[in-house]
Design a protein around this ligand. Structure first.
Ligand SMILES: Cc1cc2nc3c(=O)[nH]c(=O)nc-3n(C[C@H](O)[C@H](O)[C@H](O)COP(=O)(O)OP(=O)(O)OC[C@H]3O[C@@H](n4cnc5c(N)ncnc54)[C@H](O)[C@@H]3O)c2cc1C
Length: 775
């Protein structure tokens, strides 16, 4: 709503015939200065009858109570809005915040202690046991108990309880301080209570978004674990784990993030002093973006190009102290700071770092994979890719993080849609819950299905990673290429689709979805950079595509492939769409076959085109660039297939009641069906399905929306997000959305004073001037 309309609603309620904008100008403006007295008796220049005049906060509580009762009566429908002027009604709303504080328990806006009956009704109709599904998500009943125990401990701390309000209303600096406090509290608890890694992971997740020191566990410690020698670990890893030093991982530069070979920070070896000299020689080489660097950390793993006797040896990690351990000021030769305000909330203090002839001992190069001896000889134990192991780990983690963000978003969207009533379906009935509208279901349920799909698929990836990591640790890098492809693909697929669905869910919440207090707007801004960090989406898909083309070439020579590309060596010559009837469209095995054929065709077409272009004399890099869009298409098709397969497999091997399995099967089938309708052009073009099958699939999609609808609230309840983790006025467990919204608005610092200082500074003089003007 534009400013004009807002003015009309807030001051004059839109009764434009009486005093609405632009009718405001038609009124005779008062020809006297606006005084305290006249402010009460005149609204838009119209004298109000005595019963409509507002009290001020200086008047007695009795009068305020009468006004609040009027407001409650209006809300309950006992008193018609028309029986008092809407101007007064709106003023009552504005005043009620202050009055509410004085009239605890009795006024409108106090959050009821019971669950909204509209939400309770949804819970009562669930077809399966929600706790059972929660236990599956947590990894067992005992894990749910563990999470709840940690929740109780953490969220009983007033500092954690305050966090959602600081997130909603605080300044950047206040929010940053709160995230430092949150991180340090969790670190202390970990030490004091001797939490296991698992317990600490749960605690970090519960703490929600915003950990100033998040990189300590996100990349600094994992970086030391993967890149340092045993001797170096004994020295620094121990310090890091005891929080005696706080660190980050500084890789990206102003000029390069994606192309690591282009990094310009140098570490030049000086054999005379047996030191490395670190420099960021140009503006484009300034380290730019590393989390926790801006204000929090005193150490960093700095990625720099190794130079020995003028020869470059690629990018290597160096352990650098950047701030004093006594007063936190930058070390000599170092300039470090915050990179500035960014979209949404600053969930970390991303920083810049300038290194000017910083000398560090030779032993400060992290030498697990490559060594520089005192005389300057270079030896590499493992291929340079081994240095990417930390990035692979982070990508695996980001896939799971996508589940966390999306499951929170869809919880908010579905719960809100179950308590929001709007418009009419049946003219004789009351306004329906917006969840009844098929279009609303179509906005929410793809996100709901995706959240479960990502959960099961990222869980499977994590297990593969853990297995492969043991081998990589022992120097066996055989599984690294496949792991690299899978982690890059999942990172791209999960973050990209998660962000898209979150924005759709935000829009599904109408106007309130734009409020920070809704929680969903904040989630969208937190999710937005996830498509960029640790590998930009397109770049990640292209890495998958390269791997697919290579594997396709292997399969073409008759090699039997295994792992995630096994389908490329299957015989597809006799493929026929396996859907013979509409009923078949629920058959996951057949749907998987369709997906597998679609990827096969997409990969084979682009691989053949590449080959033709190269054979026709096009340079390889040029041919590649000419086919980039189709290569990304192939990678996306591969990733969607992998996720559908993982989701379906997880249900097949699940130990659960038939009701829970049925609910998940419906969701999984919807996920697969939705993917086909979204990309129907591709499925038809590759002849994975025919037109008739597409019609069946679309019909089934409508049926599935209706089936999911009855379990929608139960399916989001099963994620079991604590209200503090959700930080949402409209998506809380009790469903008292309006009361929570109103309560939240009262906390806005703008509402601390009835009259804002800008009124005295600008508005009053302006109005006075306008009132004196002749024209
Ligand atoms: C919130 C946030 C936190 C971050 N935290 C850290 C951190 O802790 N440590 C750290 O070191 N870095 C961090 N980064 C940096 C991040 O890792 C990089 O921004 C990311 O890797 C993308 O690189 P880029 O910015 O160079 O994008 P670019 O590569 O410049 O991308 C811009 C565009 O170019 C396209 N493009 C680039 N290369 C190709 C190609 N080969 N083929 C086709 N298209 C291409 C991309 O698709 C994209 O559309 C963070 C960034 C953000 C936003």
């Amino acid at each position: 709503m534009g400013n004009r309309c807002r003015l009309r609603t807030a001051i004059c309620h839109g009764n434009s015939r009486r005093c609405g904008y632009p009718g405001l100008r038609a009124h005779n403006p008062p020809t006297f200065p606006i005084t305290q007295r006249s402010r009460r008796t005149y609204i838009c220049g119209v004298k109000q009858p005595p019963h409509c005049q507002m009290t001020t906060h200086k008047q007695d509580a009795g009068a305020q109570a009468t006004q609040m009762n009027m407001l409650m009566d209006i809300k309950r429908g006992r008193l018609s809005h028309l029986s008092i002027t809407r101007c007064v009604f709106n003023q009552l709303l504005i005043k009620s915040g202050r009055a509410l504080k004085k009239m605890s328990n009795t006024a409108v806006g106090v959050i009821p202690s019971h669950v909204n009956p509209d939400l309770q009704e949804e819970r009562d109709r669930a077809s399966f046991n929600v706790t059972e599904l929660t236990n599956i998500i947590d990894g067992g009943a005992e894990k749910t108990l563990l999470r709840k125990r940690l929740e109780k401990l953490i969220f009983s701390d007033p500092d954690f309880q305050k966090f959602p309000d600081i997130q909603t209303f605080g300044t950047n600096s206040e929010f940053y301080s709160a995230t430092v406090l949150k991180s340090t509290k969790l670190f202390k608890l970990r030490r004091e209570l001797k939490w296991t890694d698992e317990e600490f992971d749960i605690a970090l997740r519960l703490g929600g978004q915003g950990h100033a020191l998040g990189l300590q566990h996100g990349m600094f410690i994992p970086g030391l674990e993967r890149l340092a020698t045993e001797e170096q670990k004994a020295k620094w890893l121990t310090l890091a784990k005891q929080y005696k030093i706080i660190g980050t991982y500084a890789q990206t530069e102003m000029g390069h993030g994606t192309y690591l070979k282009g990094l310009e920070t140098t570490a030049t070896y000086d054999p005379k002093t047996q030191e490395f000299i670190l420099n960021t020689p140009k503006i484009s080489s300034i380290k730019w973006w590393p989390g926790s660097l801006g204000k929090s950390t005193n150490h960093a793993i700095v990625l720099a190009t190794l130079v020995i006797k003028g020869k470059k040896y690629g990018m290597h990690p160096f352990f650098v102290q950047i701030r004093s351990m006594t007063d936190h000021t930058p070390m000599t030769g170092i300039k470090v700071g915050e990179i500035g305000a960014r979209m949404g909330r600053m969930t970390s203090d991303n920083g810049y770092l300038i290194l000017n002839n910083i000398r560090i001992p030779r032993e400060n190069m992290l030498m697990k994979n490559a060594q520089v001896s005192p005389d300057g000889s270079f030896t590499a134990k493992a291929p340079n890719q081994a240095n990417y192991a930390t990035m692979v780990m982070v990508r695996v983690g980001l896939s799971y993080y996508s589940y966390q963000l999306l499951s929170r978003g869809v919880t908010i969207g579905v719960r809100y849609s179950a308590v929001r009533r709007q418009s009419k379906l049946d003219p004789k009935e009351r306004e329906p819950k917006i969840l009844e509208y098929q279009t609303q279901q179509y906005k929410l349920f793809p996100g709901l299905a995706l959240a479960y799909a990502i959960f099961f698929s990222s869980r499977s990836l994590r297990m593969k990673y853990m297995e492969a990591y043991q081998e990589i640790k022992n120097g066996n890098l055989q599984k690294l290429p496949e792991l690299h492809c899978e982690s890059a693909g999942m990172k791209a697929f999960c973050t990209d689709n998660m962000l898209r669905e979150l924005e759709i869910i935000r829009q599904s919440c109408g106007g309130h979805g734009y409020l920070n207090a809704s929680g969903i707007a904040m989630l969208v801004t937190i999710a937005a950079p996830m498509v960029t960090v640790e590998g930009e989406t397109t770049v990640m898909y292209l890495q998958v595509a390269r791997y697919l083309v290579k594997r396709f070439a292997n399969a073409s020579t008759g090699q039997q492939l295994d792992g995630c590309t096994a389908y490329l060596s299957m015989d597809h010559a006799a493929y026929m769409c396996p859907l013979m009837s509409e009923d078949d469209c629920r058959n996951m095995s057949r749907l998987c076959d369709i997906y597998s054929y679609r990827v096969y065709m997409t990969v084979s077409r682009v691989a053949k085109q590449l080959q033709t272009d190269i054979m026709n004399g096009m340079p390889q890099h040029f041919a590649f660039n000419k086919n980039l869009v189709n290569l990304v298409r192939a990678a996306k098709a591969h990733c969607y297939y992998s996720v559908v397969k993982d989701f379906s497999k997880a249900i097949q091997s699940m130990q659960a009641s038939p009701q829970t399995i049925k609910a998940l099967k419906t969701l999984c089938c919807f996920f697969a069906i939705h993917g086909i309708t979204e990309e129907s052009g591709d499925f038809l073009e590759t002849e994975s399905i025919g037109l008739e099958q597409l019609q069946w699939i679309k019909r089934l999609q409508g049926t599935l929306l209706a089936e999911i609808r009855s379990d929608a609230v139960a399916l989001v309840d099963a994620f079991d997000h604590h209200d503090i983790s959700l930080s949402s006025a409209i998506g809380s467990y009790d469903g008292n959305a309006y009361e929570r919204l109103f309560d939240s608005a009262q906390k806005d610092p703008m509402n601390k004073e009835e009259v804002h200082p800008s009124y005295f500074q600008y508005l009053r003089p302006f109005i006075q001037e306008m009132n004196k003007a002749k024209l």
